[in-house]
Design a protein around this ligand. Structure first.
Ligand code: SIN
Ligand code: FE2
Length: 219
C-alpha cells in the first residue's frame, strides 16, 4: 500500500493559499507521479475517455472519464452523477494511491465517491464553473495535477469574478474546501510540453469528490 510516505512532507505541512484554496505545491514526488499515471492508464482502459457535451450542445475540449462509485457526466440531458460509464460498464475503483492523497489532505472521515479524470490535450481548457452537483458541500474537492502546467483561475464563491490565477504544476494538489468549496474555478490554458511526465505532452487532472448526502455516507 501507499501512504503518506509517498508524499512530500514539507508540501503536506505547508500549503500555499489563494482565495481560500489550499495548494500543496510539489506534494507528489516524481516516482509517485509516474505510478499515478500507470494507475490512470488502467482506469482509462476499463472506462474509456469521452468527449463530453454540455446541456447546451457544446463539445467540451477536455476528455473525461471517472473511477469510483459514481462518475460525473454531461450530455444534452444535463449534468449529473451516474453509476456507470455510458458504455454500461461500472466505473473502475478509485486507485489506492489516489485514495491515499485524499486521506492525507481532505480532512474528512468520508471517503471519496468519484474520481473525475480530465485529459487536457494541447489547446484544451475549462471555463469558469462551480462544482455543485454533489450532495455534501461539507467535504472538499481535491484536485491532483499531472503532466503539463495549467493556468488555474480562481474566482469568488458568490460570483465568478474577480479572479486570481496560479500555474498548477505536475505533482501539485489543490484542496477546495471550507469557504472555498464553492469557489468558481477553471483552466485558461496549459503549457504544452512543459512536463516530461507524459510522452507527447498533455495534462491529467483528477478531482476527488464526495457525491452522496451526509446521511447516506453512514453505513
Ligand atoms: C475541474 O474543475 O474539474 C478541473 C480543474 C483542473 O483541471 O485543474
Ligand atoms: Fe471543477
Amino acid at each position: 500500500m501507499t501512504g503518506t510516505d509517498a508524499l512530500d512532507p514539507a508540501a503536506l505541512a505547508a500549503p500555499a493559499e489563494l482565495k481560500g484554496v489550499r495548494i500543496h505545491q510539489g506534494l507528489l514526488p516524481a516516482a509517485t507521479q509516474a505510478a499515478l499515471v500507470g494507475d490512470i492508464r488502467a482506469v482509462i482502459r476499463a472506462a474509456p475517455l469521452m468527449r463530453p457535451v454540455t446541456p447546451g450542445g457544446r463539445e467540451m475540449s477536455v476528455r473525461m472519464t471517472a473511477a469510483g462509485d459514481f462518475g460525473w457526466i454531461t450530455d444534452r440531458t444535463g449534468y449529473r452523477y451516474e453509476r456507470r460509464h455510458p458504455s454500461g460498464v461500472p466505473w473502475p475503483p478509485i486507485p489506492a494511491r489516489v485514495r491515499a492523497i485524499w486521506d492525507a489532505v481532505a480532512g474528512t472521515d468520508r471517503a471519496p465517491e468519484c474520481c473525475l479524470v480530465n485529459w487536457y490535450a494541447d489547446g484544451a481548457r475549462m471555463g469558469l464553473h462551480q462544482d455543485r452537483d454533489e450532495g455534501d458541500f461539507g467535504c472538499p474537492v481535491v484536485s491532483i495535477s499531472l503532466g503539463d502546467d495549467a493556468l488555474f483561475r480562481i474566482g469568488g464563491t458568490e460570483a465568478p469574478r474577480p479572479t486570481r490565477s496560479v500555474w498548477l504544476r505536475s505533482g501539485d494538489v489543490a484542496v477546495m474546501g471550507g469557504a472555498a468549496r464553492m469557489a468558481w474555478h477553471g483552466v485558461d490554458r496549459t503549457r504544452h510540453g512543459s512536463s516530461a511526465l507524459l510522452p507527447g505532452g498533455g495534462r491529467i487532472n483528477l478531482t476527488l469528490r464526495v457525491v452522496t448526502p451526509p446521511d447516506a455516507g453512514a453505513a
